[in-house]
Design a protein around this ligand. Structure first.
Ligand SMILES: Cc1cc2nc3c(=O)[nH]c(=O)nc-3n(C[C@H](O)[C@H](O)[C@H](O)COP(=O)(O)OP(=O)(O)OC[C@H]3O[C@@H](n4cnc5c(N)ncnc54)[C@H](O)[C@@H]3O)c2cc1C
Length: 401
């Protein structure tokens, strides 16, 4: 957008570094309303993107054409009864994970895992393969068993094992590129309680214990601070203890999973995250540590290490491989380009796959090289939306339409 552009910025992401002034920003008041907007935009040859909670660092949401805000349409639609270990709930796609915690708990259900924060919409989270930490815990996308979405004709269609089943592999992690998701059916577990603990250790003490600790705890992660070579280690485990209110600081919480898993992230930052094979993750960390100590010795922000179970979601960063995710952060007012470019070289040496919602510099060929189902995914997506109505500029470059 030039400084003379008469339009004003009408959307920005959480960190404020991705902004756009679309021709139309439409806040949908009903699914029928959104269907009409999509049909009319597609008829005019305009692109349509949906904004979730804006927590992606990558330029996924922005479009110059039509931006849909579905955030007024939230809540739990219903659940299937009769599952011994949890159940399948139908959730309005734009509901935030935070807003789902309590209603699901009242139904006796919970997400098997969540990310570091709970501000994301469920549609946004599954669009990018959002995950938490846990050796045996998959991403939220892997829990999707069905969706409803608006296609480019404005029709509402269902995708699950019996309706349009061929699209399920594309839809579970969809980059917002298949249509406007209105409902998500997710496999959930019985509600459970957790307690967390936090400690600080030198990296030298932590390093030899990482694999063992990841095995010992339901959730294990750490934030390593390169300048001080120390790590904040966080573990979370099942408990039978009664929830303690008011909920305390991180490291002293006992409560339901949705009360203990999320953290606060008040400081605006940008972030690069790569998934690397679990059994090479410590070597990758060592290489990253050498790089940061040598070339970025004043970096204040931490490197985060988490684990993620293998899955069969086509564009998942954990597709058919046990995974560790490693993230590099930088304050939003500080220079990040050189830092991220140098870290990306290290991640790529370890066959890394970038998080879809975080900063990366890979193009189509490089992404195809690390995602075995890349061309299958695009072939089905392009058949479903041949005019690219649901692609923004960045995604159009990958589509090959
Ligand atoms: C502070 C912070 C902490 C984070 N922690 C984690 C973490 O622990 N683990 C992790 O994996 N990631 C994490 N992320 C990344 C974040 O989870 C993802 O970027 C996620 O996609 C954000 O969800 P959102 O609702 O904000 O979606 P947005 O960023 O708004 O959108 C993401 C994508 O979803 C699409 N979309 C949204 N709604 C719809 C819809 N209804 N229909 C179709 N497409 C839709 C958008 O078009 C876009 O393509 C974090 C990000 C931040 C800023």
């Amino acid at each position: 957008m030039s400084s003379e552009d008469p339009r004003t910025i009408r959307w920005s992401n959480w960190a404020g570094n991705e902004q756009v002034a679309p021709q139309r920003l439409h806040v949908a008041r009903s699914v029928e309303d959104a269907q009409a907007v999509v049909a009319s935009a597609a008829g005019e040859g305009l692109k349509v993107r949906v904004a979730g909670s804006g927590h992606s660092h990558y330029r996924l949401v922005p479009t110059d054409d039509v931006l849909l805000d579905m955030s007024a349409l939230g809540g739990v639609v219903g659940m299937e009864q009769g599952h011994a270990h949890g159940g399948v709930a139908t959730l309005r796609a734009s509901t935030t994970i935070a807003a789902l915690g309590r209603p699901l708990r009242e139904l006796g259900l919970a997400f098997h895992n969540q990310g570091d924060i709970d501000r994301q919409s469920i549609a946004g989270a599954i669009a990018t393969g959002t995950h938490g930490t846990g050796l045996n815990l998959q991403s939220l996308s892997a829990m999707v068993v069905g969706l409803r979405l608006i296609n480019a004709s404005g029709e509402l269609i269902r995708i699950n094992a019996s309706s349009n089943p061929e699209l399920l592999d594309v839809a579970r992690l969809n980059l917002g590129a298949l249509g406007v998701v209105t409902e998500v059916e997710m496999s959930l577990v019985n509600a459970y309680r957790l307690s967390d603990s936090v400690s600080i250790e030198s990296y030298g003490d932590l390093r030899p214990t990482i694999a063992e600790r990841a095995e010992q705890h339901r959730h294990f992660e750490f934030f390593w601070y390169p300048q001080h070579d120390k790590a904040m280690i966080k573990t979370i485990d099942d408990t039978d203890g009664d929830p303690v209110y008011p909920t305390g600081e991180e490291g002293s919480r006992v409560g339901w999973s949705h009360e203990v898993l999320p953290s606060h992230r008040p400081h605006l930052h940008t972030e690069m995250e790569y998934s690397v094979p679990l059994d090479e993750s410590l070597a990758c960390l060592d290489a990253l540590r050498d790089l940061l100590h040598r070339d970025f010795p004043t970096l204040l922000w931490p490197v985060e290490y988490r684990t993620l179970a293998s899955d069969d979601v086509w564009l998942s960063t954990a597709y058919q491989r046990p995974t560790a995710t490693i993230s590099v952060h930088q304050g939003i007012d500080l220079p990040a380009d050189q830092l991220f470019a140098a870290c990306e070289n290290v991640f790529r040496d370890f066959d890394g796959r970038p998080h879809w919602g975080k900063v990366h510099g890979l193009g189509k060929d490089e992404l195809a090289a690390v995602h075995p189902r890349w061309s299958d995914w695009w072939q089905l997506r392009n058949q479903f939306d041949p005019h690219g109505t649901f692609l923004n500029e960045r995604l159009s470059g990958w589509a090959g339409l």
